[in-house]
Design a protein around this ligand. Structure first.
Ligand SMILES: Cc1ncc(COP(=O)(O)O)c(C=O)c1O
Length: 371
């Protein structure tokens, strides 16, 4: 399996497994914007590299100020982290919930953070018959059974937003709520959907954002959280000093206000996502409608192969997909794919079609695996 270290986007493992150079894979297993970072990233790295001799700002002042200004929240409600991943870990360590309710399936780091602090999990089922949308009755049950709700908005790997009315109810309930808006930048209606402002005012809501996906900078590691200043203070006392390195701070400042880049990504996705979804459905796959830049798909029920074999066969053809059966709550038919540029999407569909035909012809099967 490619998710040896728990996540997609691991071209190092793919290189070891499939014996081809890591640059040669088409990686649909992590969900970056496929245009790459804004041009300003190269410029600031070129001009700023000499500052590597200095420590970064330990309080991340400039970037915090820019984030605060962009989203209309006070700077003391913002903490910048070494990726959203660091902030997921820190907030759970600060809140120390006994029972955390999280969706099944959802991003594994929520559960890992809870288990590391000795907490327990209440799983909230997301069901295929509801197109994986969170249901009111299940959310209400979770309120009763937990002391923290930890939800993705939109959720990974399903790509679904929480229905707005339900979200408003949850946020207004007074129950501690952490919302991971890592992929919300890809949602056209982001400004109306985000709870960032509410999080700055509220004692019980915190919102986490990743900057690595939308700006295609996962190697830099950058994210932020907005919460009550008391919570921010407790988190920052637990954070390792200089956790956000100089280059990440520099990049964050350079990309945050790039409105043209933002508009380009939104318009690409609005065209490309339905196109890719239709292509996948045309191959006989079940495709979950998505609110963001990845699609959860399933092999047909009667498929002669499971997703582990599919992933392996795709990898041999140079295309990486995410085995979504590894997410708690999904069966062996599920995989997740990013939406990329048209020519790459075409290559991915061609590889999928090739594997599915070989499976139908009996050349690949569960017993025999691939070649
Ligand atoms: C839903 C979700 N939240 C957070 C993260 C972590 O993002 P970052 O790269 O900012 O640590 C990921 C990474 O895949 C993710 O899928």
């Amino acid at each position: 399996m490619l998710e040896r270290y728990g996540h997609g986007g691991d071209v190092w493992t793919a290189e070891e497994k499939f014996g081809r150079g890591r640059e040669q894979f088409l990686d649909f297993s992590s969900n970056m914007n496929p245009f790459g970072p804004p041009d300003a990233v190269e410029e600031v790295l070129r001009s700023g590299w000499k500052n590597i001799v200095r420590y970064p700002d330990p309080a991340v002042r400039e970037l915090r100020g820019k984030i605060a200004a962009k989203y209309g929240v006070p700077a003391e409600s913002v903490l910048v982290g070494n990726g959203a991943a660091e902030l997921i870990d820190l907030i759970v360590r600060v809140l120390q919930p006994e029972v955390t309710a999280l969706a099944r399936p959802s991003f594994s780091e929520y559960e890992d953070a809870v288990l590391k602090t000795g907490g327990r999990i209440h799983g909230i089922p997301l069901r295929a018959e509801h197109c994986f949308r969170l249901q009111k009755a299940d959310a209400e049950e979770a309120l009763k059974r937990s002391d923290l709700l930890f939800l993705g908005q939109p959720n990974n790997p399903t790509g679904r937003l929480i229905p707005q009315e339900l979200l408003n109810d949850l946020a207004g309930s007074g129950h501690p709520l952490i919302l991971d808006e890592a992929f919300l930048d890809f949602v056209p209606d982001e400004k109306n959907v985000t709870l960032l402002r509410l999080a700055a005012e509220s004692r019980h809501v915190a919102v986490i954002r990743s900057m690595t996906k939308f700006y295609a900078i996962p190697g830099a590691r950058l994210g932020f959280i907005v919460a009550h200043p008391d919570v921010i203070g407790r988190m920052s006392r637990l954070q390792v000093p200089w956790s956000v390195n100089y280059f990440a701070q520099l990049i964050g400042c350079a990309v945050l206000e790039d409105e043209a880049f933002h508009a380009k990504i939104i318009s690409w996705l609005q065209e490309e996502s339905p196109w890719l979804a239709a292509g996948l459905a045309g191959l006989g796959l079940e495709v979950t409608p998505s609110d963001t830049n990845y699609l959860l798909c399933a092999l047909p029920e009667q498929s002669p192969i499971n997703v582990r074999i599919l992933q392996e066969e795709m990898g041999r053809r140079g295309v990486l997909i995410r085995d979504a059966s590894l997410f708690e709550g999904l069966g062996t038919r599920y995989f997740r794919t990013a939406v990329k540029l048209r020519s790459d999407n075409e290559r991915m569909l061609a590889a999928l079609s090739d594997v599915l035909k070989a499976a139908q012809a009996g050349e690949i099967s569960l017993e025999r695996g691939g070649r």
